[in-house]
Design a protein around this ligand. Structure first.
Ligand code: GLC
Length: 558
C-alpha cells in the first residue's frame, strides 16, 4: 500500500457510506404515527445488515416542529415526540456496539422562535443585548413598515417579519431565511459562536461521532445586509454573489469547530450542507483545517445522461483534490425528490431542479425510475470517496407523488399558497412489513404522512432474501465496495470512450485490483469486454450477454 493509501485508510470518513435517517419517518416505537429514537434503536440491525459505516440522524431536539425539527427550541434536549436524552444515549450505545458511528444534525443558522433566546429578544427593547443575538432591524419607509431589505425566504414570501413591541406598537423586523418561526442568528455576535461551541461539546461529550451542519453556507451575512440583486438566479449561479450565502467569514467558524472536534478522540467529523456553486467555492469548506466533508449537490442534480455524469464526476473529483479532501456523493435526501422518482422522467441536459410532485403533475414512470435509480446507485457506490444514502433508497422507494393537499406539512406549501408543493413526498414513513397496517412503521396503523399503495410491495420484509430486490442489490454492492476498497480507489476514464454520448465507463483502481464500471445510459445493448467477469449488475443482462439500456455493471479482469 502506498503512503497516500495508508493515510487514506486511517480516516474512516474518507471512504465511508453514511445512511441518513429522517427520524419522523424511519420507525415508530410508541404508535403515535411519528418515528422516534426508540424506534431507530430497535431497527439498527437493518443498518448493520445493510453494511453502512455510519448513520446521520436529522434533528430530534426540542422543537415545535414547524420545519420538522429544523426549528430548534432547545439544542441540549430531545423533543418528547422523539423520546428523551436517555433514549439518545441508548441509541448511541447500541449503534456503537453494532460498529455504526452516529452523526447528529446541528442547526446553527437559526433557532426556533420558541428558543429562550428569541423569547428574551422579543421581551427586550431594540438595541438590547438580547436582540443582538438575532438580526433585528428597523423597517424601511417613513413608518418603518417596509422590510429592511428585499431578501426572500427560501420557503416563500419576504425573509423579514415585523414584531409587536412590548408596548403593543408595531416595531422592529427580524430576518428569517426560512420559516417565520426560524429567526436567523447574528453570527457577528461572539455570544452566538460561544453558545454553538458549547452545544457541540455537549453532544461530543455524549459520544456522537460528528455533526451534519445545516445551511453551513448561510451563517454569516454580508455586512449592512444589502439588497439582493434579483437578476441573479438564486440557486444555480454563483452563490457568493448573493449577500446571504457563502461569505468568506464563515470559514472562521469552521476552523474553530475543527479545533474543537480534534480535541476529542475517535476521529469525529463535520459535514457541511452547503448549497454553494461553483465547485471551487465549495471546496474551500473542506480545506485541511475546516470541515471534513460537504455534500455534493452538483452530483445530485446531474441528469442521467453520459456526458453530464462524466462532467460532474470529473469536476467533483478535481475540486476536492485541489484541497486534499475526499469527494462525497449523494443521490437523495429529505429535501429533494427521491432519485427513483426523478429518474422516472425524461432526462435533459443541465442541472435538474426537483420541486415536489403533486397529483395534477405528470406522473413518473415508476419502473423506469427504479431501474435507472439502481443503475445510478451502482455508479455512485463505485466512486472514490464517501457516499451518502437516504433512508428507503435501499428499497427503491419512489416519492409519494399524489399526496392530497390537506396531508402536506412542509411549511413551503403554505408559505407559497400551494404554488410549491414542498418536500413531503420524499419524507413518507418507511414500510417495514408489507402485510401490517401502516406497513409496520409502528405498532399502530398511523403514519404522519400517508404511504403510497406501492410501499407495501416494497417493504423490507418483502425484499429481504429476494434475489432481484433492490435491498439485496444494495447489500451486495456495499459488501463488494468494502471488499474491493472502492472508496479508496483512483478513477480513470478509458480514452476510447471519453466522449461517448451513451455509455459511461470508468475504472477504479484500488490496492485490491481494478473494477471497471460500465453504465449504459442510452444505447441499445453494450457488449461486455471479453474476459471480464461480472461482479454485479443493476438488472438482468440481455440474452446475448450485452448490457441493456439503463443498466450498470461492475466488471473485473482479475
Ligand atoms: C436545510 C435542511 C432543510 C431545512 C432547512 C432549514 O436545508 O436540510 O430540511 O428545511 O435547512 O433549516
Amino acid at each position: 500500500m502506498s503512503g497516500a493509501n495508508s493515510e487514506v485508510a486511517t480516516h474512516w470518513w474518507r471512504d465511508a457510506v453514511i445512511y441518513q435517517i429522517y427520524p419522523r419517518s424511519w420507525a415508530d416505537a410508541d404508535g403515535d404515527g411519528v418515528g422516534d429514537l426508540p424506534g431507530i434503536t430497535a431497527r439498527l440491525d437493518h443498518l448493520a445488515a445493510l453494511g453502512v459505516d455510519a448513520l446521520w440522524i436529522s434533528p430530534f431536539y426540542t422543537s415545535p416542529q414547524n420545519d420538522a425539527g429544523y426549528d430548534v427550541a432547545d439544542y441540549r434536549d430531545v423533543d418528547p415526540l422523539f423520546g428523551t436524552l436517555a433514549d439518545a444515549d441508548a441509541l448511541l450505545d447500541k449503534a456503537h456496539r453494532l460498529g455504526l458511528r452516529v452523526i447528529v444534525d446541528l442547526v446553527p443558522n437559526h433557532s426556533s422562535s420558541e428558543h429562550a433566546w428569541f423569547q428574551a429578544a422579543l421581551a427586550s427593547p431594540p438595541g438590547s443585548p438580547e436582540r443582538a443575538r438575532y438580526l433585528f432591524r428597523d423597517g424601511r419607509g417613513e413608518r418603518g413598515d417596509e422590510p429592511p431589505n428585499n431578501w426572500q425566504s427560501l420557503f416563500g414570501g419576504p425573509a423579514w417579519e415585523r414584531i409587536i413591541e412590548a408596548d403593543g406598537t408595531p416595531g422592529q423586523w427580524y430576518l428569517h431565511l426560512f420559516d417565520v418561526s426560524q429567526p436567523d442568528f447574528d453570527w457577528s455576535n461572539p455570544e452566538v459562536g460561544d453558545e454553538m461551541e458549547s452545544v457541540i461539546r455537549f453532544w461530543l461529550d455524549r459520544g456522537v461521532d460528528g455533526f451534519r451542519i445545516d445551511v453551513a453556507h448561510g451563517l454569516v451575512k454580508a455586512a449592512g445586509l444589502p439588497d439582493e440583486d434579483h437578476s441573479l438566479d438564486r440557486h444555480l449561479s454563483r452563490t457568493d454573489l448573493m449577500p446571504m450565502w457563502d461569505r468568506d467569514e464563515v470559514h472562521d467558524v469552521y476552523r474553530r469547530w475543527r479545533n474543537v472536534v480534534e480535541e476529542y478522540d475517535g476521529d469525529r467529523v463535520l459535514v457541511g450542507e452547503a448549497w454553494v456553486t461553483p465547485a471551487e467555492r465549495l471546496a474551500r469548506y473542506v480545506r485541511a483545517d475546516e470541515l471534513h466533508q460537504t455534500f455534493n449537490f452538483d452530483y445530485l442534480m446531474t441528469p442521467w445522461l453520459a456526458p453530464d455524469q462524466r462532467a460532474a464526476i470529473t469536476a467533483s473529483l478535481a475540486a476536492t483534490a485541489s484541497v486534499g479532501a475526499p469527494t462525497t456523493w449523494v443521490l437523495s435526501n429529505h429535501d429533494v425528490v427521491r432519485h427513483a422518482t426523478r429518474l422516472g422522467y425524461p432526462q435533459r441536459p443541465g442541472p435538474v431542479s426537483a420541486p415536489g410532485i403533486g397529483a395534477a403533475d405528470p406522473q413518473p414512470d415508476r419502473l423506469l425510475g427504479v431501474r435507472r435509480a439502481r443503475a445510478a446507485t451502482m455508479v455512485m457506490l463505485a466512486l472514490p470517496g464517501s457516499a451518502y444514502l437516504y433512508q428507503g433508497e435501499e428499497l427503491g422507494l419512489p416519492d409519494a407523488t399524489e399526496l392530497p393537499d390537506e396531508a402536506r406539512q412542509d411549511p413551503t406549501f403554505a408559505r407559497t399558497g400551494g404554488r410549491e408543493l414542498g418536500r413531503d413526498g420524499c419524507r413518507v414513513p418507511i414500510p417495514w412489513e408489507g402485510a401490517s397496517p401502516g406497513c409496520g412503521f409502528g405498532p399502530s396503523a398511523s403514519t404522519w404522512l400517508p404511504q403510497p399503495k406501492v410501499y407495501a410491495e416494497l417493504a423490507v420484509d418483502r425484499q429481504q432474501g429476494a434475489a432481484d430486490s433492490t435491498l439485496e442489490l444494495y447489500r451486495a454492492l456495499l459488501a463488494l465496495r468494502h471488499d474491493w476498497s472502492l472508496g479508496q480507489g483512483v478513477l480513470s476514464w478509458p480514452e476510447e470512450l471519453a466522449d461517448d454520448a451513451e455509455v459511461l465507463r470508468f475504472t477504479v483502481t484500488t490496492p485490491r485490483g481494478a473494477v471497471a464500471v460500465l453504465a449504459n445510459v442510452g444505447s441499445d445493448g453494450v457488449r461486455i469486454p471479453n474476459a471480464a467477469r461480472v461482479l454485479a449488475s443493476s438488472a438482468e443482462l440481455g440474452q446475448d450477454g450485452t448490457v441493456p439500456r439503463d443498466v450498470t455493471v461492475w466488471l473485473s479482469n482479475d
